[in-house]
Design a protein around this ligand. Structure first.
Ligand code: UDX
Length: 454
């Protein structure tokens, strides 16, 4: 089966590399970023994702992954995955310009018996609009919504040991063809995992992945609903964390016991500096906008977003108070700028917001991320933040250190050595990933989010 993936972003490149490693011929169209295309042609990923480079290299060397900027390859394609970005408009709604650019190309070039698969996160109702565009152009292409659930940093394991593959279409045969395509991926799982050197998480290993067929609108709504619910869980945990701070309770103890109830579950109840990245903030605002366009108020999601936006400021206030109420002239190190560990992605990173706020309040802010320094600069990091290439350089003579992204490199760092590099002793655990007792034993003053030792 010849597949074409349009868009070589986080989802597009991962999808293309995986299907090529399952033996399919995969064209990968990237018509916007020439530098990304060149990097992929040379057999590498343009972003950091564990395990992806060997998959790209093997697929390129085998001639199964064919990167191009030319839509002409659509002519001889059986299925197309559209993996375009859907950035948000100033009013929070999704900007579908890139999605409809692909639709225009597909209408011009894709053969009649081919299947068009929408992987981009689109508002519910978009598929109907696209089908109207097909009909207006007298094209009878099959349309399938196939939302993506992979997480950056664990993209390959998430896809190989999936919890669900959702395929939504009114065309039963097209939906079955897409499900069969995923079954080929599942049958190559061990080989691909070995090459990528990834293993399933404890929770993934026992999963019996479900293939779920739904209606088209349901599939579109499933994607944003899943992300919005996870964002809601995080904001809920953060609101309880504020109460824990005010009462001396420990949010980790609280959520550990609350999450032991299987009806609730422990996942995504980790309080901290709030969610960021290319999905949650955008999907929450997209859901609100979808509701508004149909006269449905998503009040609960407004509250989740507002709470999330308050977290960097909340943490910076705590830090300021611990430094005597003044940040002017203080040196603060921010370790981690990516929106989470395991990725070079700093889009909407709350770690970047923390660094910027510190700077705004007069602190001399020094930062380091193992992979995301460059992306942080492209994603709004204040030019007044000094970027470094190592932890030692960032923390040198600092009054306080904020661990803002849970990279293993920071978790494993010898705290005694860390402290020895610094002038002060304030340790701000922005993601609650350290043991407060252990940190305090090193002579640090520990501040977490909803858990502190004074
Ligand atoms: C998310 C969804 O998980 C994934 O299914 C979807 O396909 C894309 O969006 P991703 O954005 O890659 O994936 O990251 P995820 O691991 O979900 O984390 C999102 C943000 O929430 C990160 O900033 C993370 O640090 C934060 N987070 C996560 C918390 O603050 N607390 C938690 O308990 C979990």
């Amino acid at each position: 089966m010849t597949i074409t993936v349009v868009g070589a972003g986080y989802v597009g490149l991962t999808t293309a590399a995986l299907f090529a490693n399952a033996g399919h011929t995969v064209n990968l169209i990237e018509s916007h970023f020439a530098d990304r295309l060149e990097t992929i042609k040379s057999g590498r990923s343009w972003f950091y994702e564990a395990g992806l480079d060997p998959l790209v290299a093997r697929a390129i060397n085998a001639g199964l992954l064919l990167p191009t900027d030319d839509y002409a390859c659509l002519k001889s394609t059986d299925v197309v995955f559209s993996c375009m970005g859907t950035p948000d408009n100033p009013d929070g709604s999704s900007n579908l310009t890139f999605v409809f650019n692909v639709v225009d190309e597909v209408i011009k070039t894709l053969p009649d018996d081919a299947i068009f698969i929408q992987k981009s996160t689109v508002p519910v109702g978009t598929g109907e609009e696209i089908k109207r565009a097909f009909a207006a152009a007298n094209r009878s292409l099959a349309y399938v919504s196939n939302p993506e659930f992979l997480r950056e940093g664990t993209a390959i394991a998430d896809t190989l040991w999936f919890d669900r593959v959702v395929v939504g279409s009114d065309d039963v045969q097209a939906a079955e063809t897409v499900l069969d395509l995923y079954r080929t991926l599942e049958s190559h799982r061990e080989d691909i995992a070995r090459l990528a050197d990834v293993t399933p998480y404890e929770t993934q290993a026992s999963l019996k992945g479900e293939y779920i067929r739904t209606g088209q609108n349901s599939a579109e709504l499933i994607k944003v609903t899943a992300n919005a619910f996870l964002a809601l869980k995080i904001s809920f945990a953060n609101s309880i964390a504020k109460l824990a701070d005010a009462t001396g309770a420990d949010i980790k103890e609280v959520m550990n016991a609350v999450g032991a109830d299987p009806r609730i579950g422990r996942a995504f109840l980790n309080a901290g500096r709030g969610y960021g990245g290319g999905c949650f903030p955008k999907d929450v605002s997209g859901l609100i906008a979808s509701g508004q366009s149909r006269g449905v108020e998503m009040t609960i999601m407004h509250e989740a977003a507002t709470l999330n936006e308050s977290m960097p400021g909340y943490i910076v206030e705590k830090l300021k108070e611990a430094l005597g109420g003044e940040l002017e002239g203080k040196k603060v190190a921010v370790l981690g700028l990516a929106f989470k560990a395991g990725t070079s992605d700093a889009r909407r990173s709350t770690a970047v917001s923390i660094a910027n706020l510190l700077t705004k309040f007069g602190a001399k802010t020094h930062a380091y991320d193992p992979e995301a320094n460059h992306d942080a600069e492209r994603n709004g990091l204040s030019p007044d933040v000094s970027l470094h290439e190592s932890t030692e350089k960032a923390v040198d003579s600092a009054d306080a250190v904020c661990i803002a992204t849970d990279w293993e490199e920071f978790l494993a760092y010898d705290l005694g050595i860390l402290k020895a590099h610094m002038k002060g002793n304030l340790f701000v655990d922005c993601m609650n990933v350290f043991d407060p007792e252990r940190v305090s034993e090193t002579g640090f003053r520990y501040i977490g989010v909803g858990r502190s030792i004074s």
